[in-house]
Design a protein around this ligand. Structure first.
Ligand code: GTP
Length: 601
């Protein structure tokens, strides 16, 4: 152990620019994993991650590298997620490092997340190493990318390495540059000081309990030490310390400057709060490390079991998921239409989709998800201020003094030819306000807007991608609440109010959206034996309606009563189908209907 020869770096990049591939090359180059064991990509180990090809959790890795001058170094490299929903995971990893590799895809150029992540790294005082990736591709535009990095992120072109994470070209030059430029961890604390270790992540493991991912800033920690989590005030005896090599490998001591894990009989993930400082319970430090901002959910949606009897199973599934995903929040909720379920908070729609998929796959539960909503604030005439996470709780208009909705600062980076369409999208269609445009490189502009969060969480991203042929990228940040003329629309199906379909919308769009929604519902709800009226109410008036015509023939009539097995099969099939349907009064409503609002244009 010599901290002068340790380097801690995170890889930051826009989604798909090649972080995971680069990590794999580094593992190979440093002979850190047996080639026979090398799955296509070692690091994206969660099934869902591999399938979607995106990194969700950060994975730390320790490798040994012998420099060209013959000196041995220990490199700790943290892979970080690139998607906007997981930005908070990036900032956690950065706080554990002294340097960052900024990876930019030469075929895509600088994108919105590249810029955001660079600012995060700068805020953390990290030494940034620029690397242009995918230079093996014929469509790589290295010169232009150099210019963009220079303009947008301010890194000097001469110091940027050109690599191919795929072929390995330039990767050892990159490692040399890390050794040369990133400072060793020695300035931040010494092994002789009292223990100070940052919890930058935590994971639940079926067999070993909670595993705490930590960066030691000062002192040392070993098996049988008594450690204290300074924020939660809880102490535990350490049962194991180790490093990620890339699998977990036990070591004797984890000391100042190192990144690794601690296992200490911690039962609940809440007890190992990310951002907390660990110190020695017998010989504690008096000052904790600066922590992190708490992450708050951006959107809420209702999550209900496909069948009411699975409520308990759904609760258990959510509790299990929370062990690995501290950002997940949920509370029991009761909907007249859907029965008992949960109101779940998510960081964004990708996060929502991932949670839903995991529940269906890992726990084999059919679930109904309702349209997500942002958090509104309302000031009532009696002076009370309430928070609305569920549109059905939106008070009747006569009690409301004023309503407030969350606003964001939105930046879109795009080639200039798409500028007009994108401004139109944000400003005309989505209630945004265009502020100004700035230049970046020869062929990129940055558009700056302020816009309601509710307008960008649904289909904004897809529309932006479609309008810009996939070239534009976006990033947003909450800037606070603003007063807004919002109204609630309620949907009645067959004269019964379906609370799970209530939604909040800007007054100017109420008619248009109500119209589209009742039409969409008409397409999504199957015909029944009787006619079904669908009505949209707003401020006590019907503002749109449609009707589902009655079905003429009974399905069973087709079988003449002769073929019993066929009849049984049909009934079985209907039952199966019903599992995913909800009975509202006499009407069966399929799951898709509860997301109809997401699908209207
Ligand atoms: P997220 O984890 O989702 O943020 O993505 P990532 O940055 O980890 O990207 P990943 O490593 O999964 O790479 C995205 C795609 O680019 C994959 O199909 C890789 O095979 C490909 N790729 C990465 N680096 C290179 C490269 O140097 N050359 C070529 N030709 N393809 C590359």
């Amino acid at each position: 152990y010599d901290p002068n020869f340790i380097r801690n770096v995170a890889i930051i990049a826009h989604i798909d620019h090649g972080k995971t591939t680069l990590m794999d090359r580094i593992l190979e180059l440093t002979h850190s994993i047996d080639e026979r064991n090398m799955r296509e990509q070692f690091l994206d180990s969660m099934d869902l991650e591999r399938e979607k090809g995106i990194t969700i959790k950060s994975h730390p890795v320790k490798v040994f590298y012998t420099s060209k001058k013959g000196q041995d170094y220990e490199l700790n490299i943290l892979d970080t997620p690139g998607h906007i929903d997981f930005t908070y995971e990036v900032s956690r990893s950065l706080a554990a490092c002294e340097g960052a590799i900024l990876l930019v895809d030469a075929t895509q150029g600088v994108q919105a997340q590249t810029v955001t992540n660079t600012y995060l790294a700068l805020e953390n005082d990290l030494e940034i190493i620029g690397a242009i990736n995918k230079i093996d591709l014929p469509s790589a535009n290295v010169e232009e990318t150099l210019l963009e990095i220079n303009d947008l992120v301010g890194i000097d072109s001469d110091s940027i390495v050109k690599i191919s994470a795929k072929t390995g070209e330039g990767v050892s030059e990159l490692l040399e540059l890390i050794i040369e430029k990133v400072p060793p961890p020695t300035l931040k604390g010494s092994i002789n000081d009292k223990l100070k270790a940052l919890v930058f992540d935590a994971k639940y493991d079926k067999y070993r309990g909670i595993i705490v991912y930590t960066r030691v800033f000062a002192g040392t920690v070993k098996k049988e030490d008594n450690i204290l989590f300074m924020a939660s005030g809880k102490s535990y005896e350490v049962s194991e310390v180790g490093v990620f090599h890339p699998e977990m490998v036990e070591i004797d001591n984890l000391s100042a400057g190192e990144i690794g894990y601690i296992i200490a009989g911690i039962k609940e993930i809440q007890e190992a709060k990310v951002g907390d400082t660990i110190t020695n319970a017998q010989d504690p430090t008096d000052k904790p490390l600066p922590g992190y901002k708490e992450v708050k959910p951006m959107v809420y949606a209702g999550l209900y079991p496909g069948l009411p009897e699975y409520y308990e199973d759904l609760r258990k599934a959510l509790e299990k998921l929370k062990l690995n995903d501290a950002s997940l929040v949920f509370l029991p909720e009761n909907s007249p239409a859907l029965g008992y379920g949960f109101r779940v908070g998510f960081l964004g729609l990708l996060h929502m989709e991932i949670v839903k998929e995991r529940i269906q796959r890992e726990f084999d539960l059919a679930v109904i998800l309702t349209v997500p909503s942002v958090i509104y604030n309302a000031k009532l005439k009696n002076g009370e201020v309430i928070q609305i996470t569920n549109p059905s709780q939106f008070p009747d208009q006569e009690y409301i003094e004023s309503v407030y909705e969350p606003y964001c600062k939105l930046d879109i980076i795009t080639p200039p030819e798409f500028m007009g369409d994108l401004i139109n999208l944000a400003q005309v269609e989505k209630r945004g306000e265009f502020l100004y445009v700035s230049n970046a490189g020869k062929n990129r502009v940055v558009l700056h807007f302020e816009i309601p969060l509710a307008e960008i969480i649904f289909d904004f991203f897809d529309k932006m991608k479609a309008l810009s042929k996939g070239y534009a990228s976006m990033d947003y940040e909450l800037i606070g609440y603003r007063e807004s003329k919002l109204v609630k629309i309620e949907i009645y199906i067959n004269k019964e109010k379906v609370d799970a379909l209530s939604y909040i919308v800007h007054e100017s769009k109420a008619y248009e959206i109500a119209r589209k929604l009742v039409d969409k519902l008409k397409d999504l709800i199957p015909r029944h034996q009787f006619e079904i009226p669908i009505q949209a109410y707003c401020k006590g008036k019907i503002i749109a309606r449609s009707t589902i015509k009655a079905l003429r023939k009974d399905v069973l009539q087709k079988c003449y009563g002769g073929d019993v097995t066929r009849k049984m099969k049909l009934l079985e099939k209907q039952k199966e189908g019903k599992k995913r349907m909800r009975e509202i009064g006499e009407v069966s409503i399929p799951q898709e209907a509860f997301l109809a609002l997401l699908k209207i244009d």
